[in-house]
Design a protein around this ligand. Sequence first.
Ligand SMILES: [Zn+2]
Length: 330
Amino acid sequence: MRQKRAKTYRKALALYMRHFAFRLPLQLLFDSALVLALAKQRLAPADVPARLADVLQVRAAAPLGHRRPKAEGGEVKCMITQCAINELYRRQKDGDVEARAVDMAKTFERRRCGHREAIAGDECVRQSMGPTNKHRYVLCANSFALRAWVRAEVPGVPVVHANERSVLVLEPISEKTRERIDNLEVDKLRTDAHEASALGLSASSVAGSSRGATGDIVGLDAADAAEGSTPASAAAAAAVPGAKKRRAKEPNPLSMRKKKSAPTAAEAQQGAKSGEKRKRDDGAAPQGATATAAKDGAPARRRRKRGAGGSGAGGGGDDGAAKTTAEAAT
Ligand SMILES: [Zn+2]
């Protein structure tokens, strides 16, 4: 049961950290009522931060899964507003409150609220927190009114209070908070889509620029060949990205040079000769004019096929054809 609650708290804290940018150390803003309740439990002031760190599961909720040493106030900062501590002082004077509560509050960090005349503690906490809780306070309060206000008005505030059995509990995530998280997630989806489209654009532009760069290099070759007029056109191409792409495609040297080098006279003649030879061989073998030639030819072909390692249908068929021609010859 206790373990289950710890898990729930851990999840809740992780959620506050993820969606509402809570950071360690957590700033715990106390109201006077909770200080009184803790003092009544005779909790030593020095033990207060550790007790609250326990409730808030700060070690487990630390970002990046980083294990930190057990918080002795390290991951939680207990704070109290000027007006709230003044309230305790006043009540102590009236004999309403034991000195222990004041002593506990004195160990907390004093939060300057800017009220020259001390106002009611609850109201001061409310003003310090504001409508958005921009300082990311964890509200540690036993004032029912204060808790109700936060639950109804301010999303994203973890609230800790001491229940009837003096157990410190983290209140469940409020409707308001849940609503805000849902909205945030919708917004995030939208921004993700927006970012994706933006990234797509930038990726294409990057690709275009790199293509443009290679195009410029190729364009230089073309400029050497053509001479003169190209620098101006190259500049124009650089100015217009679409023109760049076209230029990059046009003088593809791999295709251009082959065409130029292929039809040389010597190569053409050689090609023609080899073609004739092949024709003559093909014509001679089926006729069985020279059996020895066919025999010599067949093993050589087989060896080549095996050496290549490929046992394709074409190779096998060719092999078979060679065999049949050899058999036919003998
Ligand atoms: Zn104040």
